[in-house]
Design a protein around this ligand. Structure first.
Ligand code: SF4
Ligand code: SF4
Length: 127
């Protein structure tokens, strides 16, 4: 299992309406981060504030300059929604998503890889 290389695939895949924020996230944004709260519509993320239209791509995903292949950052990393904090959580999901943390040996032994991932996520604030 490699470290996340910020390829952005997970954000790009899931940010068009497939992500959820917790009620706590939304309450916190309303109080402390109105600029994030502006993109919430009826408890769902991410919607353009002006039109209330569902966005195809997360508004907080930013390509980092001069990176080849391009790496992505999250502009609200410390305040990102629950689904983003909890990713990745399952080897099969990572495989489906083409997550670049996976190595050949993880695919050969997904059970062991899952144990490694569980530990990694429990140990880090990524999770
Ligand atoms: S909020 Fe951050 S982590 Fe979540 S999809 Fe957007 S850029 Fe990715
Ligand atoms: S798909 Fe995997 S390697 Fe790429 S940004 Fe997401 S967690 Fe990181």
């Amino acid at each position: 299992m490699k470290d996340c290389n910020q390829c952005g695939k997970c954000c790009i895949k899931y940010s068009d309406g497939a992500l959820s924020a917790s009620a706590q996230d939304i309450d916190d944004w309303e109080l402390f981060n109105p600029e994030i709260y502006a993109y919430v519509n009826a408890g769902e993320i991410w919607y353009l504030p002006e039109t209330k239209k569902l966005l195809q791509l997360c508004p907080w995903l930013t390509a980092i300059e001069n990176t080849h292949p391009v790496k992505y950052g999250c502009d609200i990393y410390l305040d990102r929604p629950e689904d983003c904090r909890l990713y990745p959580s399952r080897i099969d999901e990572m495989q489906r998503d083409g997550c670049e943390m996976l190595e050949v040996k993880d695919l050969k032994n997904p059970k062991k890889a899952q144990e490694k991932l569980n530990k990694l996520m429990a140990d880090s604030h990524h999770g």
